[in-house]
Write a protein that binds this ligand. Structure first.
Ligand code: B16
Ligand code: MG
Length: 208
């Protein structure tokens, strides 16, 4: 019954992880090595540059800073080609209803995402109108599990951490919410995210 809700993007509102996977895999393949679904899992909630660093490390490849910038840009161009085709049908189950009900109930709503493409994705899927604040990878430098992104969202909404409820699908994101002093609803399969206060498979399973 908290007045402020903070949503992670990838894995909570939309499944952009599959697009990230395809774009990173294409990049890895062009560099001469493979990239697995299990590796992609480890990049959830991790920023673009940090993701690239990990991938190059896994592939045993070293690049100059300039080359890394170009590679990150290339990956993002491929990723954006997929994002450009997104519509409301790409929202995860229950998202639209949940946001509508939370908004009608007077909840203040913010995004708390590591993605620099977050505003575009909210527009493409038609849910930007529900957000009173957006905190994304453009303004936050410290990756989850650092609580910076959620603390910044709480501040923008004008509520202390104890008034905020975070919705997260990644272990690092749940840890970030807890570190920020907030309650957290985990989105995941049974047995996942043991630190979350409540666990549901998706937002359609949350009775409003
Ligand atoms: P971009 P989230 C994260 O989103 C993704 O989980 C992660 O895989 C991605 O690398 C990161 O955003 C940065 O995304 O390249 O679009 O800036 O889960 O924090 O909403
Ligand atoms: Mg996520």
């Amino acid at each position: 019954n908290r007045p402020a809700y903070i949503f992670d993007l990838d894995g909570v509102l939309v499944d952009t992880a599959v697009f990230h996977y395809q774009a990173w895999k294409r990049l890895a393949n062009e560099l001469g090595f493979d990239f697995t679904v299990a590796q992609n899992e480890q990049l959830k909630g991790v920023s673009r540059v940090e993701s690239l660093e990990k991938i190059l490390h896994w592939g045993g490849v070293s690049k100059t800073e300039d080359e890394k910038l170009a590679l990150a840009q290339q990956k993002n161009d491929w990723y954006l080609e997929m994002v450009a085709r997104m519509t409301a049908s790409d929202l995860l189950p229950g998202v639209l209803d949940f946001l509508e009900q939370a908004s009608s109930a007077g909840k203040k709503i913010s995004l708390g995402s590591a993605s620099k493409n977050a505003p575009l994705i909210l527009e493409k899927t038609g849910i930007a109108r529900f957000f009173d604040a957006i905190v994304d990878g453009n303004e936050v430098t410290l990756s989850k599990p650092n609580p910076e992104v959620f603390i910044c969202a709480a501040r923008k909404l004008g509520f202390p951490p104890e008034d905020c409820l975070v919705f997260e699908d990644a272990e690092a994101g749940v840890a970030a919410a807890i570190a920020g002093g907030m309650a957290v609803i985990g989105i995941g399969d049974e047995g996942a995210l043991p630190e979350a206060d409540v666990l549901v498979p998706n937002l359609s399973k949350l009775v409003y």
